[in-house]
Design a protein around this ligand. Structure first.
Ligand SMILES: Nc1nc2c(ncn2[C@@H]2O[C@H](COP(=O)(O)OP(=O)(O)OP(=O)(O)O)[C@@H](O)[C@H]2O)c(=O)[nH]1
Ligand SMILES: [Mg+2]
Length: 334
């Protein structure tokens, strides 16, 4: 167990943000975020000492040593859950004094599936806004489906906005994709999304949004998705919006979205008209009376291009198409 070794570069009134990776997949993503040097605290929580010792997070927490001697959970969900409960006092210290907690991990084995819902529960209890990025495992075995059901059922009440990434979709899109490329694609999506959330919170010179605006969208947001897309400013903005909605890794029904966070980034020629046009295209694609927060930023390096970050949520579990009517979504609705 180590203390925070590096204080991130917060301005005084910045909301405190922590990204917490849980288990192998989650801590790998935290590791990749490290080199981006963003103003957030990076925490890795794992039952596997070897993986943790090679990790570059600001704080690393080994949990469940009594249970498994630092050797990981070996896919045992009960062990992952028990590991979190055993070390909850240490976990609470990590969660303290934080406005936004982003939990990251891969469902399918023991640590993340078992421990992450317990960590989420505590984070919510402590009053943080909790957003989670989770990958759904390849459904090669019944056991993966059971674990997915377990994780989703236990997260439902304890996460404000849950962003799922379905590995099965990835293989459907490209059946020849190598395992390494699949992991890379997923990791990149999560990293780009976290970067976009951070940008949205911290850098909006043109139209400011404050953290409470953002919180009003993400709070109790159920299922969410993030799309990022870029076009040249002379292109059709339908394409810009459509590319944000066609999230390849999980199929969404935007018409059900009740909340939208919109960020538009362009060079200094970005006009109010352009913003209006983009927002009205988004409005026509989502539910009738959505809660929409808009922010805009000038970045001269965009040089004639327009970038859109679109976070939607409020979609219910019924709207999930997990490549898996196979999984008992019925169970999750109650
Ligand atoms: N995207 C991504 N997925 C990964 C990575 N490493 C593992 N996974 C997947 O994430 C799921 C969970 O695996 P791990 O994170 O290794 O499991 P764990 O939570 O550490 O659980 P235990 O090893 O049983 O303690 C599996 O479906 C893996 O295939 C990674 O670096 N990136
Ligand atoms: Mg592991």
């Amino acid at each position: 167990m180590f203390d925070i070794i590096k204080k991130r570069d917060y301005k005084n009134d910045d909301p405190k943000i922590k990204v917490i990776g849980v288990g192998g997949a989650g801590t790998n993503i935290v590791n990749a975020l490290y080199s981006k040097n963003m103003a957030l605290d990076l925490i890795s929580i794992n039952t596997d000492w070897k993986q943790l010792s090679a990790n570059r997070a600001d704080k690393k927490l080994l949990i469940g040593f009594e249970e498994n001697r630092g050797l990981g959970c070996g896919g045992d969900v009960a062990n992952g859950k028990q590991s979190a409960i055993e070390d909850m006092d240490e976990i609470k210290k990590v969660l303290e004094d934080t406005e936004l907690i982003i939990l990251v991990g891969g469902i399918g084995k023991g640590t993340c599936t078992g421990a992450l819902p317990e960590i989420a529960k505590e984070a919510k209890k402590m009053g943080a806004l909790v957003v989670s990025f989770l990958t759904i495992p390849f459904f090669m075995r019944r056991m993966s489906i059971d674990k997915t059901e377990y994780a989703l059922a236990h997260l439902k009440e304890n996460v404000d906005t849950l962003i799922l990434i379905d590995n099965n979709k990835l293989t459907k899109l490209n059946s020849n994709i190598s395992f390494m490329d699949a992991l890379y694609t997923i990791d990149k999506y999560v990293i780009d999304s976290i970067t976009a959330i951070l940008e949205l919170i911290r850098n909006n010179e043109l139209i400011e949004v404050d953290f409470s605006n953002i919180k009003s969208i993400l709070e109790n947001g159920k299922l969410g998705t993030i799309g990022i897309s870029q076009v040249s400013k002379n292109e059709d903005f339908d394409i810009l919006v459509e590319n944000c909605l066609v999230n390849n890794l999980i199929k969404i029904k935007p018409k059900k979205a009740t909340g939208a966070l919109v960020q538009v980034i362009g060079d200094s020629t970005l006009s109010l008209n352009t913003l209006n046009e983009i927002v009205s295209k988004i409005n026509s694609r989502i539910s009738d009376d959505p809660n929409v927060v808009i922010s805009a930023k000038i970045d001269d390096s965009m040089d004639g291009k327009i970038k859109l970050v679109l976070i939607l949520n409020g979609m219910d579990y019924e709207e999930l198409n997990l490549e898996s009517e196979k999984i008992g979504l019925e169970k999750l609705r109650h």
